[in-house]
Design a protein around this ligand. Structure first.
Ligand code: HEM
Length: 501
């Protein structure tokens, strides 16, 4: 039987009215954090229309305060917009906010939210996270990929050199090389599989970023049944699953026929995870567990880092004095060697401060990843109810005028003058990687993916904008999971100043 449009509208109105009165009566007796006036049916969804979410939420928080309540369809949300309130959520009450609200993309792509990024806090998640921090993304493991990172960066340098004097799309090239590195580190040299996975991962991240009506009204089964997003995610999952299974099976076969000569072969992340398939261990991973972890690494590891490189280059092009100082530092340090490598990268304080300032002004995940309130609790005298979605606006916090002088200006020098503030999660005025139990476990991996390509781009090349664009470099952010620039960065590599690696 076909459902006609007018009957759908009536159904929607009927359910929405029920929801409105249900929430109105529930909320009116509570001491919720302040927030804008809520409309029937949609709550505050209209307040988020038009502007990018982190900017719209920042504007609302300026009026309603750093702990603000919003009704997003059926979902009750609290927006955290100051270092003090962030500390309450991510330190004082960290355990109570250690789970994430389920999202459709993670439910379908992440094998029922059994992944690290969206898995609920509990034994399974703790074990995966332990493997992740101690084995996959540890400083030692990141160092083990040094040769691979240097190789991918010198391939990028050679390609750019071949384009000397012409405009290149740096955004695309840096993303491609970051993904090539991350996927090779994760999967080994399975080139076809890694290329096949790329569009599937990109599309699923895009679908996960959107507001799907079924997610805003989870109690209305009809919306879930009609959701095109759900259907598409299921198709993507099916395709990705086959590729992941092949990758795992091929690794198992390779392991079983490995001979002595290959014992010094570079271990990839699938090799590491397969060692946890032994039933005798405390943690025994299934094939699906391995797929979710690898998917996490591929999804979380590439765009975050390449967007940071992109913003850093854009900011330096806008501020030629900063670009020159960073180039002088890199060239002075590496001139004796004649090429950039990772051995001396720790001796580049100014470049490091450029990276920190880029992450301050342009955190790739401006709203971090959402959290969920476990048990009802009080923050600043307000009630935060069980299951409330918690959104931390790191973008707003990273430029809070109480902590950051001229916070809207790109000034790497501030991190030279104050070396103490870092992104490790104990300074709540600066949280590009989040903080607490759900903090990003990929900080060392991500920073290495940003510092080396930047050092290399600064060492070998001088840069200019294509003719006619000198005063119009667009610094606007676009829509998407990572707050990337709206326009790709097209730039001209001018002089190859040093021999290529
Ligand atoms: C510049 C690079 C990166 C930035 C800015 C970044 C930022 C973040 C942020 C803000 C979160 C959420 C933290 C929270 O909720 O408190 C996160 C989570 C996560 N990141 Fe990163 N990330 C980066 C690179 C990476 C890399 C390279 C990997 C892996 C190879 C990675 C893996 C993860 C994972 C698995 C999570 C989920 C952690 C959990 O829920 O327990 N990230 N990241």
């Amino acid at each position: 039987m076909d459902i006609q449009f007018p009957s759908l509208v009536s159904l929607f109105l009927f359910f929405s009215t029920l929801i409105f009165f249900k929430f109105k009566s529930k909320n009116s007796t509570r001491n919720l954090p302040p927030g804008p006036w809520k409309l029937p049916l949609i709550g505050n969804l209209h307040n988020l229309m038009g502007a990018l979410p982190h900017r719209a939420l920042h504007q609302l928080a300026l009026k309603h305060g750093p702990l603000m309540h919003l009704q997003l369809g059926e979902l009750s949300a609290v927006i955290v917009s100051s270092p003090e309130t962030a500390k309450e959520v991510m330190k004082t009450h960290d355990l109570n906010f250690a789970s994430r609200p389920p999202i459709l993309a993670a439910e379908i792509m992440g094998y029922g939210c059994t992944n690290i990024t969206f898995g609920p806090y509990g034994d399974h998640w703790r074990q995966l996270r332990k493997i992740c921090t101690l084995e996959l993304l540890s400083v030692k493991r990141v160092k083990s990929f040094r040769a691979l990172r240097e190789q991918v960066c010198s391939d990028l340098a050679r390609w750019i050199a071949s384009m000397e004097g012409t405009a290149v799309n740096l955004t695309e090239k840096v993303y491609a090389s970051t993904y090539a590195f991350t996927a090779t580190a994760a999967l080994g040299k399975m080139r076809k599989e890694r290329e096949d996975l790329l569009p599937l991962i990109k599309e699923s991240i895009g679908l996960g970023a959107g507001f799907d009506i079924a997610e805003l009204y989870p109690s209305i089964t009809l919306f879930r049944m009609m959701s095109r997003v759900r259907r598409r995610l299921s198709e993507l999952h099916e395709e990705a699953d086959k590729i992941f299974q092949k990758i795992i099976d091929d690794h198992k076969v390779a392991d079983s026929v490995k001979n002595g000569d290959e014992s010094d072969k570079q271990e990839d992340l699938v090799d590491v995870l397969l060692k946890f398939q032994d039933d005798g261990l405390d943690i025994s991973l299934t094939d699906n567990n391995i797929k979710t972890v690898i998917l996490d690494v591929l999804a979380a590891g590439s765009e975050t880092s390449s967007t940071t490189v992109d913003w850093a280059m854009a900011e330096m092009l806008k501020n030629p004095g900063i670009m020159k100082r960073a180039q002088d530092e890199v060239r002075h340090l590496f001139d004796e060697k004649g090429h950039v490598d990772e051995s001396l990268i720790h001796e580049l304080p100014y470049l490091k401060s450029v990276v920190k300032e880029t992450l301050r002004m342009h955190p790739p995940l401006p709203l971090l990843l959402p959290r969920k309130c476990g048990d009802t609790c009080q923050i600043n005298g307000y009630e935060i109810a069980e299951n409330t979605k918690i959104i931390v606006n790191a973008w707003a916090i990273n430029r809070d005028p109480k902590y950051w002088k001229d916070g809207e200006c790109f000034q790497p020098q501030r991190f030279i003058d104050d070396e103490v503030v870092d992104y490790k999660g104990s300074h709540f005025e600066y949280i590009p990687f989040g903080a607490g139990r759900r903090q990003c476990p990929g900080i060392s991996f991500g920073i290495a993916n940003v510092e080396l390509p930047l050092a290399m781009l600064l060492y070998h090349f001088d840069w200019s904008l294509p003719a006619g664009e000198k005063t119009t470099l667009d610094m606007e952010e676009g829509w998407g999971v990572t707050a990337a620039r709206i326009q790709d960065l097209c730039v001209v590599p001018l002089i190859i100043t040093r021999p290529l690696p």
